[in-house]
Design a protein around this ligand. Sequence first.
Ligand code: SF4
Length: 325
Amino acid sequence: MFEINHVSARYNMLTSFVNAVDDVNFNIEKNEIFGIAGESGCGKSTLLKVMYDLVDYPLEISSGSVRLYNGNSETNYIETGKLKECWWKDISYISQGAMNVMNPITKVENQFFDTVRRGYHKKMTKKQIREKVAAYMKELELSPDVLKAYPHQLSGGMRQRVLIALATFLNPRIILADEPTTALDVVVQKDILTMLMSVQKRMKNSMVIVSHDMGVHYQVTDRIGIMYAGQMIEIGPTDEIFSHPKHPYTQMLISALPKVGDNSQKEGIPGTPPNLKSPPIGCRFAPRCKYAADECRKIRPQMVPVGDKHFAACLLLEHAKGGNE
Ligand code: SF4
């Protein structure tokens, strides 16, 4: 229902470009929670902005597009450049840090009025909207008092809950959430994740969650895409990625996670990600990969199937499949 077609995006720094997203290609299925994981600076949040059509200078799309399909028709879709027309109604976005999105001088209730107006429910009266919002807050087990508060009067966790309520109020077909639990304590994080999952289960819409926290992906997502240095390097069902990671980078990410009862010292991933102004030719992970061979520094690996709905981009895997023989 949602297609990301070979998207490349970059930041125009006037004298140079930061190539934040490079030829990323995947689909989001109906009624699934898809996670995008990877280290800070790997392009996750930029990709999410492109998916939401939130592309303002210095960010620009250098190639590819995003398509949101209506029903099962292959020709009925809304594409990059037009997606803004269906914000809130068909596609919504939960950004990092609720304070960045909510108007600090407007009560929460008014933010719902704005959302409804932007979602093209213009015929609804204020009274009708107020009743509908009150009923929705009750459904989400949020106190109606919250509606009369200004954002700064709410805790970080409550602001995030309000943002989720705003983003899901018009029942969009797809919800994009950028680090929805960052900067919250673990108890609140759990509540926020539970809230997101229960909303998605009830509404049966699709959700994309960007997080650097693999624990969040393990708890919440159905499938994960792993990004490294602006590229998608592995995609697969969450349980498969955790139990049988195929790309050396994913293997290192998973093995660095703490496990209950395992007191052994965990090794981090050596080195740092490349500078995206001039990323390495060939495999971008080569400078940090213990399996790197000469050809890894010359040839860009392509995604190959490595299991059921599981794909990874590594020359070792291509050779195992006979792809380069
Ligand atoms: Fe490592 Fe080469 Fe595979 Fe890249 S292509 S992950 S450098 S083995």
